[in-house]
Design a protein around this ligand. Structure first.
Ligand code: SF4
Length: 380
């Protein structure tokens, strides 16, 4: 299949260059505890050996950052770190990584003495000093609140798009061009729409593609394939990640899936008739990472999938998330959401909290709420 790639500018991430017609790089993330240096190095090396262009590692504390310095010494993988709300960690991590990801939606919560523009300038200055690439990573579950307020509640695309464009403009104005953008949603059709719109306006900025919280294989791979086929087929996308909920110890399945999808698209083996069926039950779950607060998370996600199979013909979305960092926000849009703490699982109905329950109590509670939803759907 002849694909004319968007004329994106080159971005250097450690030993690779993406954009500017270079091969699409496939990324993944370690799911080990970052401070377990041996396990994290082993996972990073395994991902690198399998073909990962970039390996992301979660860093949330000074101790994680110290571990990162050692991990850097022991692996040749190109490393990326995602800064959550603690943007000041950039200073500690930048010397040890090739790419820093920040989420525009997280720059509004903490350190209100600084404007978001000040925080971006600070991050870009650090990235420039340490020759890091930057990813402006916009995520459906944590969009700039001011942007969300501006548009109708059912328009999730425009706030994401506006946020990304605004940040690109600021970063460009700082004279920094070694950056990529990502616009992720758990709904593949929204991923297609928002990335297409962004690429129409900024065809020069490389895009990292992904369907967030795609869930377990095979559904997670299918959802991702639907989005990638439509975008990569049109020349959009310079790096990709297939985010899968996988049991530990994690093997490089995300890399295998990403490489296979990209090579299928280039070979013309596309299944463009495959559409995401939004009239059916949809289980979304995060791919897990160092932040998972209880190792039972992946098992719980599998049990939720199994237990809810009886509701397969209802248009209901259930989200299962591994930690408090992204769990509370990213379950808001689901009909029923679970986010896992160390000893309890928090249950939500939309944005409403229904309580926290033990890992051995949560499934019947979820089932009771699911039955209520089904009843409501039957009587409407
Ligand atoms: Fe990691 Fe938490 Fe995101 Fe899951 S929800 S991938 S555990 S940060």
């Amino acid at each position: 299949m002849s694909i004319r790639r968007n004329p994106t500018r080159p971005v250097t991430i450690g030993s690779i260059i993406i954009g500017d017609g270079n091969p699409i790089a496939v990324q993944s993330m370690t799911a080990t505890k970052t401070q377990d240096v041996d396990a994290t190095v082993a996972q990073a090396e395994a991902l690198h050996a399998q073909g990962a262009g970039v390996v992301r590692i979660a860093v949330d504390s000074n101790k994680d950052a110290e571990a990162l310095a050692e991990i850097r010494r022991q692996t040749k993988a190109n490393l990326a770190v995602d800064l959550q709300e603690n943007f000041r960690l950039a200073e500690l991590v930048a010397p040890h990584v090739d790419k820093i990801r920040y989420n525009p939606g997280h720059l509004y919560h903490h350190g209100r003495e600084l404007t978001w523009q000040d925080k971006v300038k600070y991050l870009i200055d650090i990235a420039g000093t340490h020759s890091c690439a930057v990813r402006i990573g916009v995520n459906c579950g944590s969009v700039d609140p001011a942007k969300k307020e501006k548009y109708a509640a059912d328009d999730s695309i425009t706030p994401m798009l506006e946020s990304a464009l605004e940040h690109c403009e600021l970063v460009d104005s700082l004279g920094f061009h070694n950056f990529v953008v990502s616009l992720k949603d758990s709904d593949p059709s929204k991923v297609v729409e928002v990335n297409q719109k962004f690429a129409d306006q900024r065809p020069d900025v490389p895009l990292h593609l992904g369907v967030t919280e795609a869930g377990m294989p095979p559904e997670g791979i299918i959802k991702t394939r639907i989005a990638f086929e439509q975008l990569i087929g049109k020349g959009i996308g310079d790096t990709v990640r297939v985010s899968l909920t996988l049991p530990n110890p994690r093997k490089p399945e995300e890399i295998d899936a990403g490489l296979e999808i990209v090579s299928d698209i280039y070979a013309g083996r596309v299944r463009s008739v495959v559409r995401f069926d939004d009239t059916k039950l949809n289980i979304i779950s995060c791919p897990s990472c160092s932040r998972v607060e209880n190792e039972a998370f992946v098992d719980l996600a599998a049990k939720v999938k199994e237990m809810t199979a009886y509701a397969k013909d209802y248009a209901i979305t259930i989200a299962v998330m591994g930690c408090r960092v992204n769990g509370p926000g990213e379950t808001d849009d689901a009909d029923l959401g679970l986010w896992c703490g160390p000893a309890k699982v928090n249950l939500k109905k939309g944005e409403q909290a229904l309580g926290a329950f033990g890992y051995d109590e949560i499934l019947p509670k979820l089932q009771a709420e699911l039955d209520i939803l089904i009843e409501q759907k039957q009587s409407s």
